[in-house]
Write a protein of this length. Sequence first.
Lengths: 149, 154
Amino acid sequence: MRAFRRILHPTDFSRASAPAFRLAVGLAMAYRAPLLILHAMTPPSPFIDEGAPPSSYLDLLALARRSAKRRLAAILARARREGVRAQAIFAEGLPADEILRSTRRSRADLIVMGTHGRTGVSRVFMGSVADRVVRESRCPVLTVRAHGR
Amino acid sequence: MAAEQGAEGFGRLLVPTDFSAGSERAWAMARRLAARLGAELVLVHVLVETPLYSEGPFTMKRARDVFDAARAWAVKTLGEWTATAAAAGLSARWVVRTGVPYEEIVGAAAQEGVDLIVIGTHGRGGLDRALLGSVADRVIRLAPCPVVTVRDTE
C-alpha cells in the first residue's frame, strides 16, 4: 500500500491550527514523509486615507511579512525538533487559493488543516478556508476541529 | 482532548460507506492509514428506513421485505470488505445502523470512540464542485474527532 509521500500543513498561526499541527507532525513521523508548512498571508488592504502616504502601506506590508515569516520559522523549528523533515512555504494571496496551488505544485498527497469549529450554533460553520479546500482539493484532506470532543 | 492527539493516538478509524466509488476510495485510504498506524478499522453503513405507503400493493410487509433485503445485501458486502482487510493483516469489523446517515455516522464515531473518520466525498468538476456531499459536509462539522475527506474522482 502506498504511503503518503508529502504532507502539507497550512497554518494561520491561530489556536485552531494547533491540533492540526500536532497531527501533521505525528503523521509525518509515522510515514517518514516530508512536511510542508504553509502560511498564506493575505496582504493588508491598502487603506484609503488621504493623510496616509503610500509609504506607510509599504511599511505595514513589510511589517506583516516580517512578522508572518518569523512565526512560520518558529513553527518550522518546532517540527524539526520533533525530527521531521520539514520545510516552510510562505505565500501571499487568498489562503484557500494558495493552499490548493501549493498542494498541486509540491505534489503533496495529504493536507492536514484545522477548522474553526466552535461549539453551539457556530459549530455548523466550518471555516471558509477549510471548506473550500475540502471541496476543491484533489488529494485527501484531514480536517481537525479546534475544539474537538 | 483533541488538542493532545498525535498520530500515535489513532487506535480506531471509522469508515462510513454507502458502497459508492467514493466510499471505496475512502476505504482504500483508511486501509493505508490503518496499516501504518496499527489502527483498527470499523466500517459503518447506515440503512435508511423505507418510507411506508399503506396504499396499493406497497404494504407494510412489502416495505419490510425491501428493508430486509437491503440489510442482507449490506451485511454481505460489509463482510466481504472486512474480509479483504483481514486478509491483508488488518483488524477490521463492521456495524450497521439505521437512521439519518450523518447523525448515525457521528453517533457511531462517539459510541465506538474512534480517533478518526475517513469519508468519501462526491467531488466533481465544474458546477458540481460546490456539492461536497451533504453527508460528508455535516460529518466534518459535527464529528467528535478529526475527519479525512477523500474525493471520489481524480
